[in-house]
Design a protein around this ligand. Structure first.
Ligand code: GLU
Length: 505
């Protein structure tokens, strides 16, 4: 078979916030397209007017903008296969519905919801299919004149796909292999509804994949049950030669592994399941997002990439280029991927360490401002360098380093109880004199002077250092003590020592 131009799409329905599983699907499509020098298309599948949620499309676009996932064609990106919003393609779908009606692959059905309900009550496990369709009110059981008359009279109808029974339908799945389903289990799916003049998902999806020349359909496992129907639709149109290859990605599972990941798991365990914060326009309910929670987009992508795919070695930290270079659908797993959100936090930690202190300082700036602190960027970067190893999120830098910018307002009681000794005040005042006496103030100079003094006086190093830390930080945490004093500078260090003596003696 000749190599086909790779064209893949992400085709979300704007029915609410984009779930993190959808982001993973988009990422795999993106990696696949980049890997093969292909095109990545964003199609908005908004034919279900009942489920349309205002703001959802904007949310999707903003999410990918934040994640730096770019599309080559699609809604807001342009391209020559548009329009890319299905609600703008109504006329196209009508044309294709007509083709199926004309070649006998579809038929018109007038059964009202009440009639269908009655049938379901009367027949156990009723399914609208080859075994029942001849008992229903449709263009197969009515004469052509009757059908035309009903339509002319404005009767509501749907168009149903006529599925032939007892045929093994093969879905060639790049992740799962040959998936076989017997057509008898499928029902005559509704493809179009006259009530809103819109096609259903199945028809619009197949027509668009065809017209947009999609080569690979990479999507979540939840769409696998639709795939045999899609294969049959391709065939009904006579498009089997250009039918895309399928790849159904493994489900994202709860962190414990028992069942599908849901928003409630995020609420229960305290992690976001959406890329960005989302406010439900109907209920006003606010859901947290990875962006607002302080995750770096690169960390989120790296984390998601490994949920269902592996690069063939045990490398975990990978740039987009590295992931692109290695991405292979054959390395996607069939079984669900546990959503280990703590691993996501680990990735964030790693990415913070990998960024320059200057860059993290820039991100820390607004946090400092929130706390009413302004400081030169150079100082912030130095502080970041001393403390970032201790944090998973930029906002945690405040707890880890606030004392560099604001003198302690009080002294942690527990630490005081443990560390403050009878001679601590005297010791600290001597220490202040020692520090005041040295000409330079870099950590080595301080350390040398202080250690010489401790040795001469036969003091206990630990005792001195602990109260020194208490004086500068207000508690028992923080980086190397002489790094703290160096950043604070001589005047501030001495001032804090004296203040601690005043307060604690
Ligand atoms: N509109 C579907 C969704 O919301 C698209 C599924 C597919 O990729 O075929 O995910």
């Amino acid at each position: 078979m000749s190599e086909r131009k790779v064209r893949v799409r992400f085709a979300p329905s704007p029915t609410g916030a984009l779930h993190i599983g959808g982001v993973r699907t988009a990422l795999y499509n993106y990696l696949f397209a980049r890997r093969h020098g292909g095109k990545f298309i964003l199609r908005i599948e908004d034919t279900d007017s009942q489920r349309f949620v205002p703001g959802a499309e904007e949310y999707i676009l903003e999410s990918f903008h934040w994640l730096n996932i770019t599309f080559d064609e699609g809604v807001s990106f342009g391209g020559d296969h548009g329009p890319y919003r299905q609600s703008e393609r109504r006329e196209i779908y009508k044309e294709y519905i007509q083709i199926l009606l004309n070649n006998g692959k579809a038929y018109i059905a007038f059964d009202t919801p009440e009639e269908l309900e009655a049938k379901r009550n009367e027949t156990a496990n009723f399914q609208y299919d080859a075994s029942t369709r001849m008992q229903m009110r449709n263009s197969l059981t009515l004469s052509e004149e009757e059908t035309d008359a009903l339509m002319a009279g404005g009767e509501q109808y749907v168009v149903r796909f006529r599925i032939e029974p007892d045929e093994d339908v093969h879905v060639n799945d790049l992740v799962r292999g040959d998936v076989v389903v017997n057509s008898s289990v499928l029902d005559d799916k509704v493809l179009f509804k006259s009530a809103d003049g819109l096609p259903t998902y199945h028809l619009a999806n197949i027509v668009d994949d065809h017209l947009m020349e999609i080569s690979h359909v990479i999507r979540g496992e939840e769409w696998l049950p639709s795939a045999p129907l899609h294969v049959l639709l391709y065939r009904a149109f006579g498009w089997e030669d250009t039918m895309p290859a399928f790849a159904h990605l493994p489900l994202l599972l709860k962190p414990e592994g028992n069942g599908k990941l849901s928003k409630r798991d995020g609420d229960r365990l305290g992690f976001p399941v959406f890329p960005l914060q989302w406010k439900d326009p109907k209920t006003g309910e606010l859901s947290s997002g990875y962006r607002e929670s302080g995750y770096l987009p690169e960390a989120v992508l790296n984390f998601l990439a490994l949920l269902g795919w592996n690069p063939g070695n045990d490398q975990e930290i990978m740039s987009m280029d590295e992931m692109t270079g290695r991405f292979d659908l054959a390395r996607c797993s069939k079984s669900g991927a546990k959503f280990d959100y703590t691993k996501g936090i680990w990735f964030n930690h790693q990415y913070i360490q990998a960024k320059s202190d200057d860059e993290i300082a820039g991100m820390f700036l607004p946090v400092l401002e929130e706390h009413g602190v302004t400081a030169p960027l150079e100082k912030i970067a130095t502080v970041v360098g001393l403390t970032k190893a201790r944090v998973d999120f930029v906002k945690e830098l405040w707890d880890a380093s606030g004392f560099f910018f604001i003198a302690p307002a009080g002294y942690d009681e527990k630490t005081v109880k443990k560390r403050w000794k009878e001679d601590s005040a005297k010791c600290l005042l001597e220490l202040a004199d020692v520090l005041n006496g040295i000409s330079g103030f870099n950590p080595q100079e301080q350390e040398k002077a202080v250690m010489d003094w401790i040795a001469a006086k036969e003091y206990h190093t630990g005792n001195v250092m602990n109260v020194f830390r208490l004086a500068l930080v207000g508690e028992g945490k923080g980086p190397h003590i002489f790094d703290i004093s160096r950043v604070l500078g001589k005047d501030e260090t001495l001032a804090r020592i004296r203040r601690a003596v005043e307060a604690l003696r």
